[in-house]
Design a protein around this ligand. Structure first.
Ligand SMILES: *Cc1c(COP(=O)(O)O)cnc(C)c1O
Length: 218
């Protein structure tokens, strides 16, 4: 299965060199291990290697895998990265520390309600449809300001903006666009960059990268 610790060291080194090139402090960049579709046996070696931020895209799968792991690693932070249905909001609030896919006022409303009910207040990234793609998650670029304002007025903490560049296109211009939107709206956190492009994302200001295959596959 290869060495998860070695793969993690390589990703961290990749982040450090990109940060240096981009004149940034690597201490300001968090790597989330995206463990969707990965079994507990693949997650455990990364936990052993010191990885503490993990991301899942389906609430049911996360509920099936994480409670026992969280019981033995109470310092793990779990991130929700997939499209989130409002009827999963109660479970999401219970399980996740950070939600990267807040893309509409109706979802914010139900998350806020469930957060107050549970006394648990996850941080939220406003997901932006930076490629203005028809079927992609994320709010329209024109709606970012409104949604950011709404999160600021809500019981949830505003973590920043999140975006996924269109598949098959050069990602850097889209990272630059997301960074520009963040500056425009006075937002500091930027969740952008995956296995194939996290170095470019770091050079362009990512504070959080979401890395799956580079951590789980040789
Ligand atoms: C799957 C996924 C990732 C990780 O993708 P890799 O290419 O495996 O690094 C990151 N972000 C989101 C939103 C994802 O769905």
């Amino acid at each position: 299965m290869g060495d998860a610790g070695e793969r993690r060291r390589q990703v961290i080194a990749g982040i450090a060199s990109a940060a240096k090139l981009g004149q940034r402090d690597p201490a300001n960049i968090t790597v989330i291990a995206i463990s969707k579709g990965r079994p507990i046996e693949a997650i455990a070696p990364l936990l052993d290697a010191g990885q503490r931020d993990f991301g899942e895209n389906r609430v049911q799968e996360a509920l099936a895998k994480w409670p026992p792991l969280l019981a033995s690693h109470s310092d793990v932070r779990l991130h929700a990265i997939g499209r989130l249905q409002s009827n999963k909001a109660a479970q999401a609030v219970q399980l996740f520390d950070v939600i990267h896919s807040l893309d509409r006022p109706s979802l914010l409303k139900v998350l806020s309600k469930e957060a107050v009910k549970a006394g648990r207040f996850p941080a939220a990234y406003v997901q932006v449809n930076i490629g203005e793609e028809e079927q992609k998650g994320g709010c329209a670029i024109a709606d970012v300001g409104d949604l950011v304002q709404r999160v600021r007025a809500s019981p949830l903490l505003l973590a920043g903006l999140m975006g996924i560049p269109p598949l098959g296109l050069e990602p850097a211009p889209y990272f630059a666009l997301l960074a520009k939107l963040a500056r425009r709206h006075g937002v500091t956190g930027l969740s952008m960059g995956m296995s194939s492009d996290y170095r470019a994302a770091v050079m362009l200001g990512a504070t959080t990268v979401r890395v799956g295959s580079a951590l789980f596959e040789d």
